[in-house]
Write a protein that binds this ligand. Structure first.
Ligand SMILES: NC(=O)c1ccc[n+]([C@@H]2O[C@H](COP(=O)([O-])OP(=O)(O)OC[C@H]3O[C@@H](n4cnc5c(N)ncnc54)[C@H](OP(=O)(O)O)[C@@H]3O)[C@@H](O)[C@H]2O)c1
Length: 215
């Protein structure tokens, strides 16, 4: 039986690395997955061996929590490469965004009547997909500090227990909690926030901001 504090991360970009280091710092055993794990050798040394590396399939099979942190365009292909059976029964935190930069300003290649979160849940009916991390910049994903106060992480998904488990994980990583905005269908709007997040980044000249609901 794998340890409960084991997380496999599919994605070797800045998000995968940031979360890999962060989860390891917070006491998790971590494996970072890539189509080409050999390219992570020098990075693995930087983590002083605290993060293991492997293929997407090895990372998906690693523990009870899997994080999807690939490019949006490659997310479904990455899940296929990882093997859908390796996600069965697991909590899958989906940090991806379906961004399409072909028109200059970012758009969404899924339109507004679907989302990458829903596509991943449809592909993995036996897994509990929770959209999480996708609305914050990678530098604020772990131990976040915001001058105007750290907001709860925006999350959504179909399984209430999986969202509670996600909130527990977020608290371990230094978040004040989660704002649950509903079923995985709400991923349409968590993903649609991201073109706005990019626009705000350009206007405010920062990549360290997040959205907070105030009343
Ligand atoms: N950057 C941020 O601050 C931020 C914040 C929130 C959410 N996000 C989202 O998080 C995700 C990761 O972002 P990132 O900037 O860390 O990295 P990225 O450059 O968007 O993605 C890199 C990862 O995607 C994989 N990949 C690319 N094309 C693929 C394909 N066709 N098939 C399978 N895998 C493919 C790469 O695999 P290899 O390892 O094999 O090269 C690599 O692991 C994105 O969806 C992004 O929108 C980013």
């Amino acid at each position: 039986m794998p340890s409960e504090k084991r997380v496999g991360i599919l994605g070797s970009g800045v998000v995968g690395k940031q979360l890999g280091r962060g989860f390891a710092m917070h006491g998790y055993e971590v494996m970072l997955g890539s189509r080409d794990p050999s390219k992570l050798e020098s990075w693995k040394k930087e983590t002083k061996g605290r993060v293991a590396t492997g293929t997407f399939a090895q990372a998906a099979a690693y523990g009870p929590v899997v994080i999807l942190a690939t490019a949006g365009m490659g997310a479904e292909a990455a899940v296929d490469l990882a093997g859908t059976k390796n996600f069965a029964g697991k909590l899958v935190l989906d940090a991806t965004n379906p961004l399409d930069f072909s028109g200059g300003l970012p758009g969404l290649f899924v339109g507004t009547t679907d989302s990458l979160g829903e596509r991943i849940q449809r592909k993995l009916p036996d897994a509990k997909v929770v959209k999480c991390f996708n609305t914050v910049g990678n530098v604020r994903m772990v131990d976040p500090k915001f001058k105007e106060g750290t907001p709860p992480m925006l999350v959504c998904g179909n399984d209430a227990a999986a969202k509670k488990q996600t909130e527990g994980i977020l608290r371990e990583l230094g978040w004040p909690g989660a704002l649950d905005v509903g079923s995985i269908e709400s991923a349409r709007w968590l993903e649609a926030l991201v073109p706005l997040w990019v626009r705000v980044a350009q206007v405010m000249n920062t990549y360290e901001h997040a959205f907070k609901a105030v009343r």
